[in-house]
Design a protein around this ligand. Structure first.
Ligand SMILES: C[S@@+](CC[C@H](N)C(=O)[O-])C[C@H]1O[C@@H](n2cnc3c(N)ncnc32)[C@H](O)[C@@H]1O
Length: 359
């Protein structure tokens, strides 16, 4: 055995656990409002506790973790703690740059370790129902910020001419829409277009409808609908899935339905994970361990729980292109998304070529 390698790895294990421990503290800070309170300026533990309306003893212990964890800084003479503005950018506010929201997904997945380990032993998986209703609101918190800032510039306007068509009035469908904030924003921006959101989750659809009503929208509707059996009498000019193919029980069935219901000159934007289908190409991708973990703990297991394909989060571009082709979508351009974990697949049907002889 190489002793130096063993010692180096022991250090790495330590780093991994410290990162996991700080993930808990980042989530606590987000939920308790400590990050936003800390960003207001330097404070002692008493002042910060008062600012956030919290118990000082807990705040002091939390400050111990996040200060030694090099997230906050401590000025010993004055006894004050401060959150550098360079760190506050990633931990505070309502914008998409606030990454403290993401910690909640990891701490929540931690609650399902027993059930997932049981599935390792017995097969099957942990059903979607076991992750609700918290999963619905975690997804909403995460995606809402992204849509508020980036839906138009980061997704719609990357496809030349698409916004003009939306302004003129087209039919749009988002599959696996969750709480539907993206559809509601588009409905408000493009009143001549008609938008539909489908999801199997009744709690998410209820929230999507409530927001549409609150926003006074009459050109958007949301239905509880399985993506693998869309109604016969519908077709759309634009279809979208935002991180909603890889965790389905029957993703090929769902893509086939998109292929069937997309109009001949329509466009399908599949926003999905940026990775390779081949593990060896993902080695060295710093986000890959996160993606495979979320897959094991949620995306793959919910699919396997329904006797599904269990594609997993890291199904990758090679397999995605194969499956899109099976659904008749062979004209595919892959663009980078503003979200580093995602790609935007801009999919169309192949242009029909008319031979000279048949003209
Ligand atoms: C990772 S979440 C993404 C949510 C959503 N796109 C957003 O932006 O917040 C995946 C969504 O796909 C939905 N889903 C899974 N299987 C489905 C199916 N067979 N038909 C319709 N929706 C499905 C889930 O209920 C969940 O809301």
């Amino acid at each position: 055995m190489n002793e130096a390698k063993a010692t180096k790895f022991l250090g790495r294990i330590g780093d991994i656990y410290v990162g996991a421990a700080l993930t808990l503290m980042i989530d606590v800070g987000f939920r308790a409002g400590l990050w936003d309170a800390a960003a207001e300026g330097p404070a002692t533990s008493e002042q910060l506790a008062k600012r956030a309306g919290l118990d000082e003893r807990y705040v002091r212990e939390w400050l111990g973790a996040v200060t030694t964890g090099e997230i906050m800084e401590f000025d010993s003479p004055s006894g004050t703690f401060s959150l550098p503005e360079e760190h506050a950018v990633s931990l505070t506010g309502d914008g998409a740059s606030n990454r403290s929201v993401n910690a909640g997904l990891l701490t929540y997945l931690g609650k399902h370790v027993d059930s997932v380990v049981n599935a390792f032993r017995e097969g099957g998986g942990v059903p979607y129902s076991q992750f609700r209703p918290e999963f619905t609101s975690l997804m909403d918190q995460r995606f809402r910020r992204e849509y508020n800032e980036k839906l138009f510039d980061g997704y719609i306007r990357v496809v030349p001419g698409l916004e003009e068509r939306l302004m003129e009035g087209i039919s749009v469908c988002d599959i696996g829409c969750g709480t539907g904030h993206n559809m509601n924003l588009m409905a408000a921006a493009y009143p001549a277009s008609t938008l539909t959101g489908y999801d199997i989750a009744a709690d998410a659809i209820e929230l999507a409808r409530a927001e549409a009503t609150e926003m006074g929208l009459s050109n958007v509707s949301f239905e509880v609908q399985d993506a693998t059996a869309l109604p016969d009498d519908i077709s759309f000019d634009m279809m979208t899935t935002f991180d909603a193919i890889h965790d389905q029980a029957n993703p090929q069935g769902s893509l086939n339905e998109i292929g069937r219901t997309l109009k001949p000159d329509g466009v399908y934007l599949m926003i999905d994970i940026k990775a390779s289908s081949d593990l060896k190409n993902n080695i060295g991708n710093p986000l890959a361990p996160y993606l495979y973990t979320v897959s094991t703990m949620h995306c793959m297991t919910v699919s396997l729980a329904a006797n599904g394909a269990g594609l997993g989060t890291v199904w990758g571009r090679e397999l995605a292109l194969e499956m899109l082709a099976k659904a008749g979508l062979t004209d595919v351009e892959i663009l980078d998304s503003s979200n580093p974990t995602n790609s935007i697949y801009v999919c169309r049907r192949p242009v029909a070529v008319t031979s000279r002889a048949s003209r």
